[in-house]
Design a protein. Sequence first.
Length: 281
Amino acid sequence: MRPGGAAKSAAVLAETARRAAVQARVDLPVERAVVGAAGAGRAQEQAELAAALVEAGVARRVRVLGDGEVALATAFGARPGILLNAGTGSIAYARDPAGELHRAGGYGWQLGDEGGGYWLGRRALDVAARSHDGRGEGSTLLARLLGALGLQHFDDLVRWSATATPAQMAALAPHVVNAAREGEAVARQAVDDAARELVELVSVLARHFPGTGPVAVALAGGLLLPQSPLTAAFRERLGATLKRARLVPDKIDSAVGPLLGASRTLRMAAVDRIPDLIDAH
């Protein structure tokens, strides 16, 4: 989290909390709040954001969880496992059998995010450019991208790419996946390369699971849809690379993680009050 980021994030979260409180007819500040936040994986960042949320009047006591802890809680509760998330970027989280948290990837489009949406979108542009020049196999990706973006010519695409944001670039990824689904060779190669990168994230984290027992792996993110060729390629490659991996079939709902964290916080608070209740009697 950047300097001053806690105050800015708290302002956005506080406004969201106020709108939700009005809809739920709840008065703020509430007694306790649990917040899952990206970019708040370190203790200092969590403490700063929690303090800012208390000051903003969201709750009297706030517990901030990093997005990795939230993601794992969503997928596994308190149990060990690995969660792979592929959307605009790519990242994997793990909770090992000893309860320790680990991560791999997720360093942004300039440093990594291999196999994610930006990475695949960039491959789409690469294939389109090579096809235009005659440097690679023929591909429909240039026509697909021009149509999707409302452009007429390759030069228009060149100008578009010069100012495209990571999110806009990632929005090109489905065109690669669709071309792969229809059997286009260069698109299938790009999807297979993405699957290899994603499997590597999981394999690295699997080293934290000693022994030969099964390792639970859950999937999340907009790229890893059940019927996607990328998901199929990932499953096949994972099975060949990490034979003890066991994919979790349940859909991952990211909102569940903070709720589970809140539930545990309330249970711990109730336990903490037991001595006071005994003294009172």
